[in-house]
Design a protein around this ligand. Sequence first.
Ligand code: TUI
Length: 309
Amino acid sequence: MLSDRLTKLLGVRYPVIQGGMAWVSDACLAAAVSNAGGLGVIAGGSADADTVRAEIRRLRTLCDRPFGLNIMLMSDHAGDLARLAIEEKVPVVITGAGSPSRFMGGWKEAGLLILPVVPSASLARRMEKLGADAIIAEGGESGGHIGEMNTMALIPQVADAVDIPVVAAGGVADGRGLAAALMLGADGVQCGTCFLVADECGIHDNYKDMIIAARDTGTVVTGRSGQGHPVRQLKNPMTRRFLEMEKRGASERELEEFVLGSLRLATQQGDREHGSFMAGQIAGLVKGRAGAKEIIEGMVQQARLLLGE
Ligand code: TUI
């Protein structure tokens, strides 16, 4: 059965959260997803508080339903965004790329719902003890910055480790993925890749075309070699050069400089050669453009059929 633990907690119709993707998830996409009955999420990414405040206010002109703010904890502005979430009374805070422990007390006091993204069951347990309202467990099939575990093994272990609702992320783009996640013990899903091609998603057309053209093996993980951050993205000349640099033992600094600004080149310029086109392994399943409502309703309808509802 479609669980109602997550939908009740968030005050949404469907157990589908849109991933907070840096340079992608703006007010327009988030409002479309929330208006369609999912939880839309604005990504803080590396933006400053004034920029994000403007997006939150823009979303509120487009939508009066619950939404989330994703705070990427490696950002220099994470502390400012943590305060902003309280000032703007953001209903749901989602964190990624680190432990949000230093902010949890303040958010809880302000009554915000807190959903940390974690890559392991041990971190999930730690977050529950600190007061998280639900856990987003993200497998390595995901696009962007990833951990070691994959979704199939991660979700049941997280579901056993915590009592709060669990959201599965990584490898989900249709009703089969949603139904499977529920079978593994999750209460809902977070999806990024399938929303990249949403009509309401403002990224460059080349990015959308590359997702639609991608095959199952069309992504690769860069940054596995050293102290850097493993990132899954579509294979292109940039990732080939990056992997060559890693192979010949390039320094972290050299690698960091090489990718600086590359996500923006992908999302804004559609630069197929130099851009970092972050995407999950499920990109191969994404076959065409559609509205956010169609994506969510298609997913839920297919899951219900499979679950015999
Ligand atoms: O954060 C993501 N995905 C991202 S962030 C991002 S921006 C970026 N760009 C370039 C390099 C690196 C990042 C692109 N995609 N997903 C959520 C996520 N969180 N994945 C893994 C984690 C995570 C990792 C460690 C969460 C907590 C954690 O805690 C470690 C600790 O104990 O501090």
